[in-house]
Design a protein around this ligand. Structure first.
Ligand code: ZN
Length: 259
């Protein structure tokens, strides 16, 4: 499935104690992991994150105390057993703020066998409040016993070519954004009202690409404001924000007085 389909998957299914996220590229897997984590801590408890509750906001800003991403020591080729034992101990702790605590393991396929066995122990009897998300490029490197205890989310790469209509809209919006006053943006967001959810995702993707290419064309501050806004916009679309509201949000964030 594409990342944009993950919402319906989360909405329709129950929340599992453990996931393996595989497929696509590392960045997309991380985003999927973040979205599962947000769904797990969201107060709305409806599978898909609401996007607006305190827990969603903190998750989005990556400051939620109950979401951690575990990363391999870059000096080591594999996770060692100690790091997974430490994770097991932390997983026993009661969450600080949310109803659940989420432990995302980046490059989980780089756990050695002892580390995987330590992970397995906690997967066999997971604390009721714990959710584990294993990000893995090569899930076949994981023990069958680990895999069988996880719900696998297989991502396909996002469509790379955007259709001309969306591309044109992204370009128009971006051109207006680079100008000194933002007055043209009000016109530029108007056509967003008619876009489907998938098209809105594509539009945000198109804007993100332009932002990546735009270093040097605008102040670092302005660029950061754009990329931060797009990160949030992406998740709001994921949580079913409609096109008209997205346009309003972009203008408020990029040209409004407050946050
Ligand atoms: Zn929420």
């Amino acid at each position: 499935m594409e990342l944009s389909d993950l919402a319906s998957r989360l909405r329709s299914g129950r929340l599992f104690h453990a996931y393996i996220v595989t497929g696509a590229d590392a960045g997309t897997r991380e985003r999927a992991g973040d979205l599962i984590a947000q769904a797990a801590v969201c107060q709305a408890e409806r599978g898909v994150p609401c996007g607006v509750c305190r827990d969603c906001v903190k998750a989005r800003k990556k400051i939620h105390p109950d979401i951690e991403t575990v990363r391999r020591d870059p000096d080591q080729a594999f996770y060692n057993v100690e790091s997974m034992r430490a994770l097991r101990t932390r997983a026993l702790d009661v969450p600080n703020e949310a109803g659940r605590a989420v432990h995302i393991v980046a490059e989980a396929d780089l756990m050695n066998v002892q580390a995987q066995n330590a992970m397995l122990k906690v997967l066999e009897e997971p604390p009721t409040h714990a959710v584990f998300v294993l990000l893995a490029d090569n899930p076949q490197m994981l023990l069958e016993t680990v895999r069988s205890r996880c719900e696998t989310i297989g991502l396909t790469p996002e469509e790379t070519a955007l259709d001309g209509k969306i591309e044109g809209m992204a370009e128009d919006f971006f051109n207006e954004f680079t100008k000194e006053d933002g007055l043209g943006l009000v016109r530029a967001v108007k056509p967003m009202e008619k876009l489907s959810k998938t098209e809105l995702f594509d539009l945000v993707t198109g804007l993100r690409r332009r932002a990546l290419d735009a270093a040097g064309q605008m102040t670092e501050d302005k660029l950061r404001r754009l990329t931060d806004t797009l990160d949030t916009a992406d998740q709001m679309v994921f949580s079913n924000l409609k096109g008209a509201a997205l346009g309003g949000y972009l203008i408020a964030r990029l040209y409004g007085s407050g946050e």
